[in-house]
Design a protein around this ligand. Structure first.
Ligand SMILES: [Fe+2]
Length: 451
């Protein structure tokens, strides 16, 4: 059989986009895909013998009795247990997991960082991960961590999976390829990817250096928020999420597989690529999503809603309405509200807010919050527009106004976020951020009618 005749088959590690690229639309769909004709059993999951001599194996992302259960059936060259030998603990000192409370670091405060610069050091997806904050507890599967990644090198014959977490990847610079067991996702700024817990993959640099943000979700999976009275459409629409088509590697070469498990990293040596799934079906799959397809809904007369109106994805906690994580997007939109202070108002929240700037200028902070930068407004700490934003918005001529060239996001969690030593001491923390509110004036003098 001429393997080259099948477009989804790779005999070599891919280095350029090729004909294997392809995606299937729909969030949480029950997908099916095969890279070789007839590789996917029809009408059943576990035939006595699979076609091509493949092994059938189920990957479960939820408990069997969860509703709905999420699982994927894979048909692979070898069962995964062949990709799992004895493990050796390895150290990735910059990738931290909760609980990680550094006694020498004050997490109570309003913090903002310039973009973490590339160092010139050769860094992969694993060695280039820099944890900024952690929240909750990885062992009890609640909470999250936020990371910056700085990636210059592709993983070569090296693979990874996180048993701890689902990863939400938000690129800001450069292009990455996630070659996963279930297919290939190419990712560029303005897109996001969701890499499920337990899925094996390799990250390659298509265009570097690459920098971006990661939300590591220890808890329940991300889902689309209920739209309530908004109805059946708008915000993030399910069809705009894309799962990859099957693509496999039949490649025998010494390789390493790293596993993140309970906050620790372990490595095992294997003799082949573990990306050997020829066909699969199911609803537990990696996804990508183009943030430019997010349809924002907002104020059309006066005031504006809470930023929950901009939720792209939510990862529920055990208590309805209090998310383990909300992923919130602030993108281009029209501002039309009359007699209204249009930027975010001053506020103090139980949720802790970690923001990142993908591109452009954020309306509450015209200066200082730059693309690649981050800010943290932790649990129950007040914040809001700086003086420039306040004065500008208070005195603006309120015609229809388009916020253009702006894309920032928030990882918001019900848990307090603890800074790592890297975030406090090595990342470019803006020492003067707290001063952005210093020159807000007292305007009150008791005069009735004064505005
Ligand atoms: Fe806020």
């Amino acid at each position: 059989m001429n393997k080259q005749s099948f477009p989804h088959h790779m005999t070599q590690a891919p280095s350029v986009p090729g004909p294997h690229e392809g995606y299937m639309p729909g969030f949480g769909n029950d997908f099916e895909t095969e890279a070789l004709p007839g590789a996917l059993p029809q009408g059943m999951n576990s035939p006595q013998k699979c076609n091509y001599g493949l092994y059938g194996e189920q990957l479960s992302g939820t408990a069997f009795t969860a509703h709905p259960p999420e699982r994927t059936w894979t048909y692979r060259i070898r069962p995964s247990v062949k990709h799992s030998h004895r493990y050796t603990r390895i150290d990735l000192p910059y990738w931290k997991s909760a609980p990680h409370v550094d006694p020498d670091v004050a997490s109570l405060g309003q913090y903002r960082w310039d973009p973490v610069p590339h160092s010139g050091e050769s860094l992969t997806w694993l060695t280039g991960m820099r944890t900024m904050t952690t929240a909750g507890d990885v062992n009890t599967q609640i909470g999250m961590a936020s990371h910056i990644y700085l990636v210059t090198e592709s993983m070569k014959d090296a693979y990874f999976y996180s048993a701890d977490s689902e990863l939400l990847v938000v690129p800001q610079e450069g292009r990455l390829r996630f070659a996963t067991e279930l297919g290939i996702i190419d990712l560029a700024p303005q897109e996001i990817a969701i890499i499920p817990r337990g899925l094996v993959y390799r990250v390659e640099v298509l265009e570097g250096p690459a920098r971006g943000f990661v939300c590591e979700n220890y808890g329940q999976k991300f889902e689309l928020p209920g739209r309530g009275p908004i109805g059946a459409n708008a915000l993030a629409n399910p069809r705009d999420f894309k799962a990859p088509v099957a693509a496999f590697e039949d490649r025998e070469t010494p390789s390493s597989l790293t596993i993140k498990w309970c906050g620790l990293f372990h490595e095992t040596q294997i003799g082949q690529s573990p990306l050997d799934v020829v066909a699969w079906h199911g609803n537990y799959a990696p996804l990508k999503y183009d943030l430019s397809t997010y349809c924002p809904v907002g104020a059309i007369l006066f005031d504006h809603p809470d930023p929950s109106i901009f939720t792209v994805l939510t990862a529920p906690s055990g208590m309805p309405g209090t998310a383990n994580i909300d992923f919130v997007l602030f993108r281009e939109r029209w501002m039309v509200a009359e007699d209204t202070f249009r930027p975010p108002w001053y506020h103090k929240n139980i949720m802790s807010e970690l923001m990142g700037n993908i591109y452009g200028q954020y309306d509450a902070k015209p200066q200082g919050f730059v693309p690649g930068g981050m800010s943290l407004h932790n649990m129950m700490l007040p914040h809001g527009p700086d003086r420039q934003a306040f004065e500008g918005a208070s005195n603006a001529n309120l015609g229809p106004d388009k916020l253009d060239n702006t894309m920032s996001f928030m990882f918001e969690t019900r848990f307090p976020q603890h800074l790592t030593g890297f975030a406090a001491n090595e990342a470019p923390l803006q020492d003067d951020y707290i001063d952005c509110w210093t020159d807000l004036e007292k305007k009150f003098d008791g005069t009735p009618g004064k505005k």
